[in-house]
Design a protein around this ligand. Sequence first.
Ligand code: ADP
Ligand code: ASP
Ligand code: MG
Length: 413
Amino acid sequence: MALIVQKFGGTSVGSTEKIKAVAQRVIKNHKAGNRMVVVLSAMSGETDRLTGLANDIQRIPNSREMDMLLATGEQVTVALFAMAVKEAGYDAVSLLGDQVAIHTDNMHTKARIDSIDPENISKYLDQNKIVTIAGFQGVADNGDITTLGRGGSDTTAVALAAALQADACEIFTDVEGVYTTDPNVCAQAKKIDYISYDEMLELASLGAKVLDIRSVGLAKRFSVPVHVRSTFSENIGTWVVEEEKIMESMLVSGITYSKKEARITIKKVPDQPGVAAKIFLPISDAGILVDMIIQNTTDGQLTDMTFTVPRNDYQRAMDILQNVAKDIKADSVSGDKDIAKVSIVGVGMRNHTGIASTMFQILAKEGINMMMVSTSEIKVSCIIAEKYTELAVRTLHDAFALDKDNAPIEETE
Ligand code: ADP
Ligand code: ASP
Ligand code: MG
């Protein structure tokens, strides 16, 4: 008898009809003799709707109350799902994060899971019930409801799979698995059969929202193999596993994009020790994450400093930097929200040169200007104008032949 954790995302439970269909699918696995733990997201659009309500009332919504509000989305789906199972003649019980309990820190709206008590779940499984658990939420030490940040139900599922030592963790979504790029942007995108935790971490951190990055981090840490697959078909999806388990590694395995960043430039900054700290300390004190940073070399006296911040934090960062600029006697602060980060990812890059230059050539041929570049062992990212995002993704996908069975690898060692 296997213990299986299955997570269904917002579009999979977007209507009562879909909830009934998901219940049927889970019942089938239950009838086959498996112990079933089912994590659900809110119905698609619901978390956005609730966020909109909060924004109508409070300019910067109180984060504790925000969590109270957002956690209701998942409460609705687990209750309806349990009803659907019972209506079909089987037994189910729905649990909220604090009923499990899923213990988190108290960082409202971006809480981290500290621990999970498996006893309650095991008790209900022993009673032959299908246990359904609200994704994306937990409880802090003081009893407050917390949420894990957008897309957090994936993390709930993987954390539960680790805590329950599940035999399988399946993430059901609206596409057939993890693709070489977003299949909703590029029709040629190809499903990947196996991908390593590290590659998936890069893809997720660079914009592939099919798996929440923290869920991949947890899966890697606890060696939980994750199967990403479609709610609407029986097809095998993508296995996210240890790198050693993958026979063939591709040069470039995926292209991602993110429209969630903004660029800020401080012009004519005195080129002296300590100035960078003066710029970035107040930004980090405000809890704003800086991603790419570029400092130009100039005549040795003045330099320009450019970096990216999350688009949500752009206005706050600009306000802070106007003051900093005065303080350090910089010339001016300017910024641009209409940018996108396009990245190529692949473990094969570790042993091959020329990937970045190929990427630059491809973008140049399309007349796409690169504003910033950053690289790591297994990725190259470029900041471009947002309006070119889809063109860049499709052209890169085509040029690196990701729609073909094997991307061409030419040895350079
Ligand atoms: P869920 O509601 O099931 O959690 P998400 O919307 O969070 O689903 O994630 C699935 C979506 O991720 C897909 O519809 C697809 O548009 C997008 N996506 C982006 N990059 C990729 C990729 N490389 N592979 C698959 N899907 C991707
Ligand atoms: N409902 C939350 C969201 O929309 C969590 C999730 O779906 O994973 O972000
Ligand atoms: Mg998701």
